[in-house]
Design a protein around this ligand. Sequence first.
Ligand code: DGL
Length: 278
Amino acid sequence: METKQWAPIGVFDSGYGGLTILKALRALLPQYDWLYLGDNARAPYGSRSFDVVHKFTLQAVEYLFSAGAPLIIVACNTASAKALRTIQQQDLPCMEDPTKRVLGIIRPTVEALEQITHNKHIGILATEGTVASGSYPVEIEKLFSGFTISQEACPMWVPLVENGEAAGEGTDWFIRHHLTHLLQQDKAIDTILLACTHYPLLRAKIAQYLPEGISIVEQGTYVAPSLQDYLLRHPEMEQRLSKGGEVRYLTTESPETFSRKASIFVGESIMATHVVID
Ligand code: DGL
């Protein structure tokens, strides 16, 4: 019997954060093969310029394409905000196979907001890069009217997660600090969007310092059904994907460190491979 060529769905993040999206994707769509790439050697991306984030993200996309993925989810808000449109509109059409696809995670998250908020007062927690890009307010205003949007950049949160301090005592100070700033901007916020894929790893502490009655939105919940819907609408892509239920992990940093830390995040033992993408 002919075995189908390895054609996984690529999932890219600057580091460990995209694992929160991968977990939700695999839970809903376990039949596909998955290839995760964390650019841990160059994380965080959050305070880097547009040009640098574009260059790094393009390198990751090209690497995942060459490794067999015809479809890639950029599971990183910073990269989605700063690089995705240029890659989709300028880079992809010039590539050897322009029928491959790269999708982001901002749009599916924004589409879900209307169902969650009761009073249309939204707080967005994200990296400096995502906040400065204005991507969330722009997308929200494109889809809905009458929303009040407040944003807070939390530059220390990703390094804390990347360094294994998500549950550390020192982390509480940074959580309280940014939640206070966000709620000072708008006391009526009823929905807080974790607009960085690393932040679900801080969810327990975030919930601890928030007043009752505020919904916390994690992106995986909405990105996974959105991908499922995309695959239903694009059978030509769905048929290209291999379906062995396998996951492989790549990192630009130490594979031992990645395997150890990622195993904690995904709740199972994993082995990563080191790759050079630049
Ligand atoms: N987890 C990523 C995001 O969703 C990027 C974090 C970073 O590298 O700064 O924005």
